[in-house]
Design a protein around this ligand. Structure first.
Ligand SMILES: NC(=O)c1ccc[n+]([C@@H]2O[C@H](COP(=O)([O-])OP(=O)(O)OC[C@H]3O[C@@H](n4cnc5c(N)ncnc54)[C@H](OP(=O)(O)O)[C@@H]3O)[C@@H](O)[C@H]2O)c1
Length: 326
């Protein structure tokens, strides 16, 4: 495992996304039980994963509860725990006292006195950022949170959040994968320049880059609303899948591992793939040690640059699919 240093705390470049645990969106109880989730979290800790990402929203708190039960059993007898625990505030009414109350409730579910990172899950333009960040300052001052973070923020908003907080907002968690490379324009260079963290969510395009799906086998869970899971976009993504397969073959790796290795080859970028089996978790963690050559990075970027989603056809397909029963 490789780590980034954040004020003396180690952040693993491959983290564990915990949305899959407890969430109906991912058919949790049908696909994975609490024991299954527990085994994945324990194995992640064993393999040196320190970055654990959850949210109050995932499974309405169930993801935090499951994670909290496991972490409570793995706390070292002395000294600070080795993990970098990140959770998120749902900013429906992001007033300072609401944020403080929600943060306290998250920590109770997680059974920890402090989160390493507390993220505003998405921008709420209806409430001034200075109010939202006033709440963030309170939880930081009280020691409930070590670092402030945001999620789904543009660069302009991230900078505005810095100003509102009165200090750097450490991290921005955004959708970033080989088919959705928007963050490379401004967010990745900013994070690199300023020593911030860019946390890549959906780094496998929700499993599409794993190479195991075809339009005939697309999953019928939360991904029914993902425009990448349409026949139109699947066809257009063929050159990216081909590039992934080619590079993977040269390393004896899998396309999913190469997709992750591409992201974490970018400066100050860490990825938080979700996993629904031990095998997936282990494969994802191993991607941290997969070094791609400059030529391979160019090969992947070139294929990815040519990917243009078919918005119209995929919207039509999604419209039809959403009305079909699973
Ligand atoms: N901040 C935000 O707004 C936001 C939004 C979304 C997610 N997130 C966070 O980011 C995390 C990850 O994002 P995500 O879950 O959307 O997408 P993802 O990590 O790209 O995809 C996860 C899915 O990919 C498949 N998979 C995992 N490892 C694989 C492997 N080695 N080979 C092949 N397939 C593999 C699994 O599904 P199948 O096996 O069923 O295909 C898994 O559920 C979440 O858990 C959450 O913590 C944050």
């Amino acid at each position: 495992m490789r780590y980034l240093d954040v004020d003396g705390r180690r952040v693993s470049v491959i983290g564990l996304g915990c949305w899959q645990f407890g969430a109906g969106a991912w058919d949790f109880d049908r696909v994975l039980s609490e024991d299954g989730a527990r085994a994945i979290i324990e194995r992640a800790l064993e393999l040196g994963v320190t970055l654990l990402d959850t949210a109050e929203m995932y499974g309405h708190g169930r993801s935090e509860l499951i994670l909290g039960r496991v972490l409570a059993e793995h706390r070292p007898p002395a000294g600070p725990p080795p993990w970098f625990l990140a959770t998120k505030f749902t900013p429906l009414a992001p007033l300072p006292r609401v944020l403080v109350r929600h943060c306290t409730a998250s920590l109770q579910r997680l059974r920890v006195p402090q989160a390493a990172l507390y993220q505003i899950h998405w921008p709420n333009p209806l409430v001034p950022l200075r109010w939202q960040m006033a709440g963030m300052r309170q939880v930081m001052r009280a020691g409930l949170v070590a670092h402030a973070g945001v999620s789904n923020f543009s660069l302009a908003r991230w900078r505005a959040a810095d100003r509102a907080l009165g200090r750097p907002v450490l991290a921005n968690q955004v959708r970033y994968n080989l088919l959705q490379r928007g963050p490379e324009r401004r967010l990745v260079p900013f994070a690199a320049r300023e020593g911030r963290l860019l946390i890549a969510y959906s780094p496998l395009a929700q499993g599409l880059l794993g190479g195991g799906y075809t339009p005939q086998t697309f999953p019928r869970d939360v991904r029914r609303a993902n425009p990448l899971f349409t026949a139109a976009n699947y066809r257009r993504a063929a050159p990216v899948r081909e590039a992934l397969r080619e590079v993977a073959a040269a390393h004896g790796a899998t396309p999913a591992q190469v997709a992750l290795a591409y992201l974490i080859a970018q400066p100050q970028v860490v990825a938080i793939p979700g996993a629904r089996s031990l095998a997936q978790l282990e494969a994802n963690v191993a991607a941290a040690d997969l070094a791609l050559s400059p030529g391979e990075l160019v090969r992947l970027r070139t294929a990815a640059r040519r990917f243009r989603p078919d918005r119209l056809r995929s919207a039509l397909e999604l419209g039809r699919g959403l009305h079909r029963r699973p």
